[in-house]
Design a protein around this ligand. Sequence first.
Ligand code: NDP
Length: 243
Amino acid sequence: MRYTVITGASSGIGYESALAFAERGKNLILIARREHKLEDLKAEIRQHNAEIDVVVEPTDLSIMENVYAIYEKLKVYEIDTWINNAGFGVKSPVADQDLDKVENMILLNTQALTILSTLYVRDYTNVEGSQLINVASSGGYSILPNAVTYTATKFFVSSFTEGLAEELASKGASLQAKILAPGITETEFAKRALDTDKFDYKERMPNFHTAKEMAQFMLQLYDSDKTLGLVDEKTYEFELKDP
Ligand code: NDP
């Protein structure tokens, strides 16, 4: 039996992607810190499709020993798709940023993603149909004011994954590495980062995407031979291309 791993599955893009992959009949392994949210998602999926196996693994991925431990624990499963989606952003001018939060952000957005990508590549390079999808940001292609450290972590995700994709292709590997680069998407993260409780989302940003739409873009990227699924910052159009 083959599985899709989604980190950051307890809300937003990860949650909706889990539902979208479940609709495709994929067995799922769901990772995030909030266990009750993952259990709710599991129940929702199983209510619609009892055939699907859903494994819930509550884990804090900003702690590196947890990152190694969860990968080791999941070695009993055959995992044909690994989606590194968990991430968050600290919004502040650099001089004012909370360095403890920044450390957690860098560890989660870059270090955990690098470790999980590396371990997955080691084990799945030659597995037919295997995919690694890393979630960057359209901010990983242009700098966001007041969030430059967050943006830098997403530049890291983009360049690391792009380089990895080239490396795999040059080796003739079966595994494909891909980048999903969402634009502003209506999720808990965006609400926190943009203080959207204080203004009407739709009025200020009529073209923002919902997490459900982003999950459909994730599926389009999964189905495509292209390496990058990018939301254009100005037009909000989603396009598939090679970087
Ligand atoms: P959400 O806040 O809704 O989701 C983030 C997910 O990451 C949650 O499931 C959260 O679960 C999980 N997470 C956070 N910290 C940790 C941790 N330490 N260990 C394990 N899991 C963790 O935000 P989005 O859905 O918007 O974000 C998903 C990805 O999309 C992120 O990488 C983000 O940077 C990226 N992105 C989002 C954009 C947007 O506008 N929304 C735009 C561009 C990129 P829990 O709290 O339960 O641990």
